[in-house]
Design a protein around this ligand. Structure first.
Ligand code: GLU
Length: 554
């Protein structure tokens, strides 16, 4: 029998010149410190990167870099039908946007590192070395079944109510004699290479997952395809060879891969590779009514990683959010260490939740407001410019028309112990700053009900007369208080609260009218700063304009 296997291997792979031992030498064990972990992300270039991919990616990156190991990017592009032009570049860009530094792997110009190639489509020769080895050992064989034959088999299995698939006695070409194989090859009959699975139907295996703990799973008993009819491997086969030769120690991926784990472990076993350690991360779920479901590429715009970039969430906000979900003690640590970055936090596998987490956009917005509030105005300006250049060219042009002016706007309320939190993402900026630009200025809000149009006009008229653009802030406010008093409004909200019947309102109402006049909004940052930035003439212009609008003549 052994001779037949060798002959078969030679027949199928007579062009394979390397051996597994040569590959072992070529891709040596890595010289890394004790305990260093080698991790990877292995996306397929489909043109879509799911937000959920950030979770295993961050865990992989942290495990590698916290231990002095290696974090690599491998492109799993064996499925030509799903391949999209430019998708590899897009993957690289998207992960770079989020601050991922790969130590090796696919780069735009090719590869970087000595364990490559890092694209599966360029590793076909390597896979054939192992495919040949499996045939030699009687652990893989060519299968010449046509699509029709497979369909007939399926129909029969359904009728007999037995598990569907290519296995055991159903596996027609499992023990096909070599002469038939020779004949089929001579006839150029297409074939795939299948694993001769050592597993049995209803067999169980025990697995240890670093997140999920001890698991008992169904053993793989199917003679899975290893090489497709064009000689290109399936992902399952390719990834086992790759993780071994790239000396990956820890595989971190979404729990949707748990069902493939028995097959993967079986492949490591037949290939005589030491399996890596596994971490299957829980999926991020979306709440829908009373139930939960996966974030869906089709239904949820937030499922696309590109969405967060387009909305202008700073990378640090997104990563902080991801870390908050991954490690329950992160938030507390961050509160205690507000000046530190999520990379300074000691990420730990034991804190990873074994059950699913809920996707919470409000939480992300909140995290992001804090991240942006902690930035200095220059960083905000540059980040907005970068973002707007790609996503809001009109805003970009406005800002670039006078960068110093924009810097002043972004400086409002940024210093001091409690910086303002008006901006959660760069797409909020347009609305936040538009009133500073005359051509974008508009009245977004109307007068509050407790202030009559007549009073508003009076406030504005009077204020025009007392406004001095170079007043210090205290004097500036004193004037408003005096004006309030003069017009029958309490100088302090407290006084009004105590004796409401005595006043028309309080100084806050007077300020509100002025605020509406200069910013068009009831809620805006510090009004003194706004007036300083607008400057004398434009403040007067806005007061006049508002007199017209509130008075009804405009
Ligand atoms: N290529 C797989 C994916 O697209 C990778 C699965 C794994 O990490 O093993 O997610």
């Amino acid at each position: 029998m052994a001779d037949t296997y060798l002959e078969m291997a030679q027949l199928l792979f007579n062009d394979v010149v390397m051996t597994p031992s040569q590959l072992e030498v070529k891709y040596q064990q890595r010289a890394l410190p004790e305990g260093a972990k080698v991790t990877r992300i292995a996306p397929s270039p489909t043109g879509f990167v799911h937000f959920g991919n950030l979770f295993p990616a961050l865990v992989s990156e942290r495990l590698a870099h916290q231990s002095g190991g290696v974090f690599l990017l491998r492109i799993e592009d064996t499925d030509a039908k799903r391949k999209v032009e430019g998708a590899v570049e897009m993957i690289i860009d998207q992960f770079n946007n989020y601050g991922f530094n790969f130590d090796e792997g696919a780069v735009k110009s090719g590869d970087s590192g000595s364990y490559g190639p890092y694209r599966q489509s360029e590793r076909v020769d390597i896979y054939h070395v192992y495919a040949k080895m499996l045939v030699e050992k009687g652990l893989a064989y060519p299968c010449f079944c046509t699509a029709d034959e497979l369909e007939t088999m399926r129909a029969e299995q359904e009728q007999q109510k037995v598990p569907i698939g290519y296995y055991g006695k159903w596996a027609k070409y499992r023990d096909c004699d070599i002469d038939t194989v020779k004949q089929f090859l001579a006839d150029k009959k297409p074939y795939v290479l299948r694993l001769k699975s050592p597993g049995v139907l209803s067999g169980r295996i025990k697995v240890h997952d670093l997140v999920k703990g001890e698991l008992e799973l169904d053993e793989n008993y199917l003679d899975q395809v290893l090489l497709k009819s064009d000689g290109v491997p399936t992902y399952h086969f390719a990834h086992a060879v790759d993780d071994h030769l790239m000396r990956v120690t820890h595989v971190v991926r979404g729990e949707e891969w748990l069902s493939s784990l028995p097959l993967h472990l079986q492949l490591f076993n037949v290939l005589e590779f030491k399996p890596p350690k596994y971490l299957h991360i829980s999926l991020l779920m979306k709440k829908e009514g009373d139930s939960k479901r996966k974030l869906s590429k089709r239904k949820d715009k937030e499922a696309a990683l590109s969405y967060y970039h387009a909305e202008g969430y700073p990378a640090d906000s997104v990563m902080e959010y991801v870390m908050t979900v991954l490690n329950s003690n992160y938030e507390q640590w961050h509160q205690q260490n507000p000046d530190k970055n999520y990379r300074d936090f000691k990420f730990s596998v034991s804190k990873l939740g074994a059950s699913s987490s809920l996707f919470d956009l409000d939480k992300l917005l909140d995290v992001s407001k804090n991240v942006i509030a902690a930035m200095d105005s220059k960083t905000v300006l540059e980040s907005v410019v970068d973002w707007a250049k790609q996503y809001d060219i009109d805003l970009y042009n406005h800002i670039l028309s006078d960068k110093n002016y924009a810097l002043k706007i972004f400086s409002i309320g940024r210093t001091g112990p409690k910086p303002r939190k008006d901006i959660a993402k760069w797409s909020d900026v347009r609305d936040y700053i538009s009133f500073f630009y005359d051509d974008m200025f508009e009245y977004k809000d109307t007068l509050p009900e407790n202030i009559s149009a007549g009073d508003a006009v009076m406030i504005l008229e009077k204020y025009k007369g007392i406004y001095h653009s170079d007043d210090e802030s205290e004097i500036w406010f004193e004037r408003i208080k005096k004006l309030a008093d003069e017009l029958g409004y309490a100088m302090r909200p407290k006084d009004y609260k105590n004796e409401p019947e005595k006043y028309k309102g309080h100084v806050g109402d007077v300020s509100m009218v002025l605020r509406l006049a200069v910013s068009g909004k009831q809620c805006s940052p510090d009004m003194y700063s706004i007036m300083r930035i607008l400057g004398h003439d434009r403040v007067i212009e806005r007061l006049e304009k508002a007199i017209g609008v509130f008075g009804g003549s405009n």
